[in-house]
Design a protein around this ligand. Structure first.
Ligand code: NAX
Length: 355
């Protein structure tokens, strides 16, 4: 087997951490031939709980799990890190202003960015899960001047997977018969889940999704349903999305590292990159990555785009997929609005001296 890879999970004692660590240790993220070394970062108050999770990881006797270390020191947690999963964040509590939330998270993601800058491996890849994910990623990147900004990303794969699942259910097909969904913008309720270029496989042939499902459903029901799915899960489950978020984080890091075409390497099926089918057309997924100015998203913002990876260090933004309001009536301006929200968050953290 290959050399072990070093994976750091922050917020390791939390709900998402609990689901995420076991998937990674089982080989679901980096493949069945790649041993992993896990670094669990927590705050002092949750260290003991993280140690309990480490005991359970040992008890699972995962053949690929080379080592587990639990720490509250970012310098130790990020030493030699190749895959950084930044899950721990300060949640918004009752009565908390947005500025307070951004400032509290700046106090987490600034120092973690600096620790990544100083201690990570040259090939480090970072995905921020903790909210507000896009802006937390921006803060971390700003504190890591020696690491290329393209290595800092935020998770919108959960939104993407939710969109794939909703479209498949409506069209009455399997998730593997859906392709070409895009999540644009912020991981928040302003996001734009876009079906303009989506395709659905019906009776063996790929067709434009908006010829299979009703465009009015897509614009009026699908878009808000996906954008507000997090709240729906909280209401029904009584707790926020955890296993689905962990699964999406695994999908994001796996596709980035192994490539979006690598679904067949035995790491599991990939709903969003379906189909071996060459007739599916170009394949992409969604991730929040640093903008190069594509799609009129200001350069430097970390915004969700249609992306592919060939397994190299950076995701690639797929060109030519601008949303088309003539196909999805009423959605004009939605991309601009979610980008405006990202700009407002960036300006707020800049005003707080966090960038
Ligand atoms: P939990 O509150 O269960 O766990 C968070 C953990 O992070 C806690 O154990 C806490 O002690 C730890 N933590 C806090 N500050 C830390 C620091 N400085 N260093 C290390 N650890 C620290 O939350 P959970 O349900 O696991 O959610 C984690 C984050 O994911 C939240 O910010 C949540 O909003 C966000 N989500 C993001 C999603 C996405 O798609 N991007 C979807 C799911 C989720 O809502």
């Amino acid at each position: 087997s290959r050399a072990p890879r070093t994976v750091t999970v922050t917020g390791a004692a939390g709900n998402i951490g609990y689901a995420l660590l076991f998937r990674i240790a089982a080989g679901g993220m980096l493949g069945p031939d790649t041993p992993v070394r896990l670094r669990l970062l927590e705050i002092p108050a949750a260290l003991r709980a993280a140690e309990g999770t480490a005991m359970e990881l040992a008890d699972a006797a995962f053949p690929l799990l080379a080592d587990v270390e639990v720490t509250d020191d970012p310098a130790v947690a990020f030493d030699g890190v190749q895959h950084a999963m930044l899950v721990g964040a300060r949640p918004r509590t009752k009565g908390m202003e947005r500025g307070d939330l951004l400032e509290a998270n700046g106090g987490i993601f600034g120092p973690q960015g600096r620790a990544i800058n100083d201690h990570a491996a040259d090939d480090v890849r970072v995905v921020v899960v903790g909210n507000p994910a896009n802006t937390n990623a921006l803060i971390a990147a700003a504190h890591a001047p020696d690491v290329p900004a393209e290595r800092f990303t935020a998770l919108t794969r959960l939104d993407h997977n939710r969109a794939v699942a909703q479209l498949a259910a409506r069209a009455g097909v399997a998730v593997t018969d859906v392709a070409g969904v895009t999540i644009w913008g912020n991981h928040s309720a302003t996001q734009f889940p876009d079906l303009t270029h989506a395709r659905v496989r019906v009776d063996g042939g790929w067709r434009p999704a908006l010829e299979v499902v009703d465009p009015a459903w897509a614009a009026e029901e699908f878009v808000p349903r996906v954008a507000k799915r997090g709240a729906e899960i909280i209401e029904v489950r009584g707790a926020s999305s955890a296993a689905s978020a962990a699964s999406a984080a695994v999908d994001h890091m796996r596709d980035w590292t192994l490539g979006t075409d690598a679904g067949a390497d035995g790491t599991g099926t990939d709903a969003a990159q379906p189909g071996a089918g060459t007739d599916a057309g170009p394949r992409w997924t969604s991730a929040a990555v640093v903008s190069d100015g594509s799609y009129e998203v200001p350069e430097g913002l970390i915004s969700s785009f249609p992306v592919t990876s060939d397994g190299g260090a950076a995701w690639r933004i797929v060109p030519g997929l601008a949303p088309d309001e003539s196909l999805l009536p009423g959605t004009g301006g939605r991309l601009a609005a979610t980008v405006a929200e990202l700009e407002a968050e960036r300006d707020a953290v800049r005003g707080l001296g966090l960038l």
